[in-house]
Design a protein around this ligand. Structure first.
Ligand code: NAP
Length: 282
């Protein structure tokens, strides 16, 4: 299959490399010539360039740009590509993208490969990153069935765990397990910096080990990604932050009241329920 990738960053270049290894012909576009050259020299794509018209003959196109550029890219592609071409995206938010993109291109199917790391850009791309990871497809009423199947086949070939959800269900779920962690983890870093004097901060930095590394990872990642989550999934992010604040207030209250039994029960429940959020292999 001829597959186009728009945006050769962490997600786009990783997908490109995997799809090429699966035997597809992969053509990439990115804004910078340097990114395109790197994608070719690393064997992640067959061809790459800065103009979208090199994707005119593709059978499927995956848009992996920052969220703000996804719908405008669909608009640009609509006048270039063949009728029936599958167009999908990798955006971390679906509600504000899928309806608009489907109106522009009837063969648009929303997607979200749920893998990532703190680093961004093509340098961070990694083969096999989606293997065993969730990949959500978010069809809506009117999404073309054959295009959904085409995307599902690609997702299965990547070895990802395929899930279906409406854009709204997706945005609610990821607000809890992806967007909220980015906000909380970011606040962990900024509150630690703001509430320590220089000597205290230096000591904390020297003593920080695996616990801080784990809990600060998503908050210390690509700032553009966190900003887009808040901006494009604003209502859900505010809703889950309110729920989190309430829960945190209960923890504060338990400690103030020295309610050690209550706190212990809560921590035990947390220990028991955490595993429900983890795939069997972790
Ligand atoms: P990223 O590493 O910053 O990559 C985005 C790349 O897109 C950049 O390297 C940039 O390369 C290129 N680009 C930017 N604007 C463009 C445009 N208008 N046209 C063409 N290329 C453009 O970001 P990412 O983490 O891969 O995220 C990409 C998408 O995947 C986002 O929509 C995000 O929500 C989603 N996503 C991210 C993660 C994650 O954890 N990182 C996980 C799942 C989904 P040039 O400088 O060469 O243009």
């Amino acid at each position: 299959m001829k597959i186009g990738i728009v945006g050769l960053g962490l997600i786009g270049a990783s997908l490109a490399g995997d799809l090429r290894q699966l035997g597809h012909m992969v053509v990439g576009t990115s804004r910078q010539v340097a990114t395109c050259k790197l994608a070719i020299s690393r064997g992640l794509v067959d061809e790459a360039g800065t103009e979208l018209d090199i994707l005119a003959e593709m059978e499927a196109i995956i848009i992996c740009t920052p969220i703000a550029h996804i719908v405008p890219t669909v608009t640009q592609l609509a006048s270039l590509i063949k009728p029936g071409t599958l167009v999908t995206d990798a955006g971390s938010v679906k509600g504000s993208i899928v309806a608009a993109a489907t109106q522009i291109w009837p063969h648009f199917v929303g997607g979200h490969p749920m893998a990532g790391k703190a680093e961004s850009g093509i340098e961070a791309a990694e083969l096999g990153m989606f293997q065993g990871q969730p990949y959500v497809i978010t069809p809506i009423k009117g999404t073309v069935k054959s295009s959904i199947e085409q995307l599902a086949n690609l997702v299965n070939a990547l070895g990802a765990r395929l899930y279906y959800a409406t854009p709204e269900e997706h945005d609610q779920a990821v607000a809890w397990i992806s967007h909220l962690p980015v906000m909380i983890s970011g606040s962990l870093i900024s509150a630690c910096v703001a509430n320590n004097d220089p000597l205290g901060l230096r000591l904390a930095q020297n003593l920080a080990s695996s616990g801080f590394k784990d809990t600060s990872r998503v908050g210390g990642g690509n700032p553009e990604l966190g900003l887009m989550m808040a901006k494009y999934n604003r209502a859900e992010v505010l809703r889950v932050l309110a729920g989190y604040q309430q829960d945190l207030a209960e923890t504060v209250r338990a400690i103030e009241l020295e309610d050690w039994a209550g706190l212990q029960l809560k921590l035990e429940q947390n220990q028991a329920t955490r595993t429900n959020f983890l795939p069997p292999t972790i």
